[in-house]
Design a protein around this ligand. Structure first.
Ligand SMILES: [Zn+2]
Ligand SMILES: [Zn+2]
Length: 139
C-alpha cells in the first residue's frame, strides 16, 4: 500500500518520472542512489511501504534475500565486483527516507571517510547478513 507524500512509494510505483528504474520485480525496484557513497550505489526499494527493517519479521527473510540477489546480479551484469561491495539497511532514527530500502555500494574500499562512517556496520546500519539474523528472531 502506498503512503501519501512518500517519495519511495512514488518511485517504486513508477510515479516519479525523474527516477530510472534499472530493475523491477513484482516486489521491489532498483534505482541509483541520488547521493552515491562510492562509484556504484543503488537502492532496492519495496513496492509495499514498510517504515524500516523494524516493520519486518522472520517471514520477510526470503524477501531480503531476493533484494540482495537482485542487487548483486545487477552489479555483476555491469561488470562490478560484488566481493568488494556493501549491502545493508539503516535503522531508525538514522534513515533519510522512512521507507524500507537496501543499499548496495561498490567498491566498498573506495568509499569516502564520511560515507564509511554513515554506512559502517553498527547499531544504525545492518548488513544484509546482520539484518537476516535480526529478522530470524522476530515473530
Ligand atoms: Zn513509502
Ligand atoms: Zn539508507
Amino acid at each position: 500500500m502506498a503512503v501519501d507524500n512518500c517519495i519511495f512509494c512514488q518511485i517504486s510505483n513508477g510515479q516519479d518520472p525523474k527516477s530510472v528504474l534499472v530493475v523491477e520485480t513484482n516486489e521491489f525496484v532498483i534505482f541509483q542512489d541520488i547521493k552515491p557513497a562510492s562509484q556504484h550505489h543503488y537502492l532496492a526499494v519495496t513496492k509495499n511501504h514498510y517504515d524500516s527493517l523494524k516493520d519486518l519479521n522472520k517471514t520477510h527473510d526470503s524477501l531480503v534475500q531476493r533484494m540482495e540477489s537482485a542487487l548483486k546480479e545487477f552489479l555483476v551484469g555491469k561488470g562490478v565486483s560484488v566481493d568488494d561491495a556493501l549491502f545493508g539497511f539503516h535503522l531508525p532514527p538514522f534513515i533519510t527516507v522512512k521507507h524500507l530500502h537496501m543499499h548496495a555500494i561498490a567498491p566498498r574500499t573506495q568509499m569516502s571517510f564520511l560515507s564509511k562512517l554513515i554506512f559502517r556496520p553498527s547499531f544504525f546500519f545492518k548488513t544484509t547478513d546482520e539484518a537476516r539474523s535480526y529478522l530470524s528472531q522476530k515473530e
